[in-house]
Design a protein around this ligand. Structure first.
Ligand code: NAP
Length: 250
């Protein structure tokens, strides 16, 4: 018999959940029964709207501001989750930014800010959350990388390097945590409709996608729900699940 709420009684922290893919993941995990902590950087109203959406659907959620690139803020965020909810079962490292440009002209600050948030931020959140998960001998960490972390992209050296780094981090953490029942997997989206991709010229992009369209945030959220659920993904760790309309077939 299908389990209606596979994450009932669990607590899930989703970083960058005020908009786009993170908001869809938060709603999906809320629907799966988890209490969802909706992290955001500056969009307090949008984060509150995500909380309202989850509660209106019968779920439970609350919003928590923190910059995931800031060590002290990350440690306080995880502490606040444990103090309020008493546990942390699922961490989704979703927050991310782009600062695109050709390497020749890329400012060091644009390189650094993307590495700090998209890669070091994943490390900081994982380190903070894993302490509780390893103690509890259970947990799911799901990192949102990108297909450009697999094959690179002109004009996105900083972003591609960070996302490739997230894949290395995913596999290393998976190996470190496996003995204590904590799995670590990544989801690699292709081009998904969100604020991040709103300005892109879609014509050349669509030609490179066998399914012929951009993905929807809900389609990434479905993969995250699968990786968070028991027993569906209990025997998977260190894997990268592509949600890209067939863009990268290896
Ligand atoms: P988005 O619409 O631009 O949303 C970004 C989210 O990250 C927002 O909730 C934002 O919060 C949050 N954020 C930004 N800086 C933060 C910080 N310092 N601390 C905490 N949160 C922060 O992006 P998206 O398209 O949904 O992308 C989500 C993830 O998927 C990213 O990791 C991205 O790299 C990855 N991805 C996206 C695509 C795509 O096609 N869209 C493809 C592959 C991978 P505020 O609202 O408060 O600013």
């Amino acid at each position: 018999m299908a389990v209606a709420a596979p994450l009932a009684g669990q607590v899930a922290l989703v970083t960058g959940a005020s908009r786009g893919i993170g908001a869809a993941i938060a709603c999906e995990l809320g629907q799966a029964g988890a209490t969802v902590v909706v992290n955001y950087a500056s969009s307090a109203e949008a984060a509150a709207a995500v909380v309202n959406r989850i509660e209106a659907a019968g779920g439970s959620a609350w919003a928590l501001q923190a910059d995931v690139a800031d060590e002290a803020q990350v440690d306080s965020m995880v502490k606040a989750v444990l103090e309020r909810d008493g546990r942390l079962d699922v961490l989704v490292n979703n927050a991310g930014i782009t600062r695109d440009g050709l390497v020749m002209r890329m400012k060091t600050a644009d390189w650094q800010s993307v590495i700090d948030l998209n890669l070091t931020g994943v490390f900081l959140c994982t380190r903070a959350a894993s302490r509780a998960m390893l103690r509890a001998r259970q947990g799911r960490i799901i990192n949102i990388t990108s297909v450009v972390g697999l094959f690179g992209n002109a004009g996105q050296a900083n972003y591609s390097a960070a996302k490739a780094g997230v894949i290395g981090l995913t596999r290393s953490n998976a190996a470190e945590f496996a003995g204590r029942g904590v799995t670590v997997n990544a989801v690699a989206p292709g081009f998904i409709e969100s604020d991040m991709t709103a300005e892109l010229d879609q014509e050349p992009i669509l030609k490179a996608i066998p399914l012929g369209r951009m993905g929807r945030p809900e389609e990434v959220a479905g993969a995250v729900r699968f990786l968070a659920a028991d027993p569906a993904a209990a025997y998977m760790t260190g894997q990268v699940l592509q949600v890209d309309g067939g863009m990268v077939m290896r």
